[in-house]
Design a protein. Structure first.
Length: 236
């Protein structure tokens, strides 16, 4: 399958049409942004790692009963996916306090929750992706009630599967962001990516950050952190 016309260029990926109207190719870049695009940079090798890692996670999740957009890895940076219309919600699951949760509620990072939390942001760059609840999402007609329920169910299932998986490679899954899409036949599937760009990973022993927070917070060792987590996954 070959890339035809580019349909979209996002912060970290490009999307292309293919000769099949129901399939797109996503191509992962090394570009990194944070704080709604205010901070920009390059993380060398990130595109390759995020592509490969995301595909491995999508395949694991499919096996565990979560439908995804994944079809086939085409190359280091390119993957064939189902064409979907993205539900304009960022779905965030948290197991441990960090990032905007810690800031918003004035608590330290690293508090382990008894139960995972879920929250939604309205995917809208102009508005800065504001936090919304499922009633607001329904009012804004971003998805139906049934779709929102299904998204919640899938999101918690993804958490269970990934939490368990990452512990086997000595990594705590702190929080992550998911996006869902709707296929041509109206099915809700997990879309976008699962990578150190979209998840917080802490080393299980040292709590060292192995994710994009190293870039966001200028902690150094950004490329090494991406390589470390990817190495643990591929050497498993
Ligand atoms: N996240 C993301 N994209 C966003 C916002 C958040 O992938 O636009 C991920 C982020 O990497 C983290 C989780 O979602 O794993 C929770 O992020 P948080 O709400 O704490 O926001 P942040 O502190 O990153 O601004």
């Amino acid at each position: 399958m070959e890339k035809l016309e580019q349909v979209y260029e996002g912060k970290a990926k490009k999307v292309y049409k293919t000769s099949d109207k129901d399939l797109y190719i996503v191509s992962y870049k090394d570009d990194a942004t944070a704080f709604n695009g205010l901070k920009k940079g390059t993380i060398v090798g990130k595109g390759v790692i995020n592509n490969r890692m995301s595909n491995m996670m999508m395949q694991l999740l499919e096996k565990k009963g979560v439908p995804t957009h994944y079809v086939q890895e085409l190359s280091e940076r390119d993957t064939l996916v189902k064409k979907v219309s993205i539900v304009p919600l960022e779905v965030i699951i948290r197991n441990v306090s960090a990032g905007s949760f810690a800031k918003r509620y004035g608590v330290e990072e690293g508090i382990v929750f008894d139960e995972p939390t879920i929250e939604f942001s309205y995917k809208n760059d102009a508005l800065g992706d504001p936090l919304i609840n499922s009633y607001h999402a329904l009012a804004l007609k971003l998805a139906t009630k049934e779709e929102i329920e299904l998204i919640k169910t899938y999101a918690f299932k993804v958490n269970e599967v990934l939490k368990e998986y990452f512990l086997t490679i000595g990594v705590k899954l702190i929080d992550f962001k998911l996006e869902f899409g709707k296929t041509a036949d109206g099915k809700i599937v997990l879309a976008d990516e699962i990578s150190p760009d979209t998840c917080r990973f802490w080393d299980a022993k040292t709590n060292e950050k192995l994710d994009k927070d190293r870039f966001r917070r200028d902690l150094g060792g950004v490329e090494d952190a991406y390589r470390e987590i990817f190495g643990r996954i591929t050497n498993k």
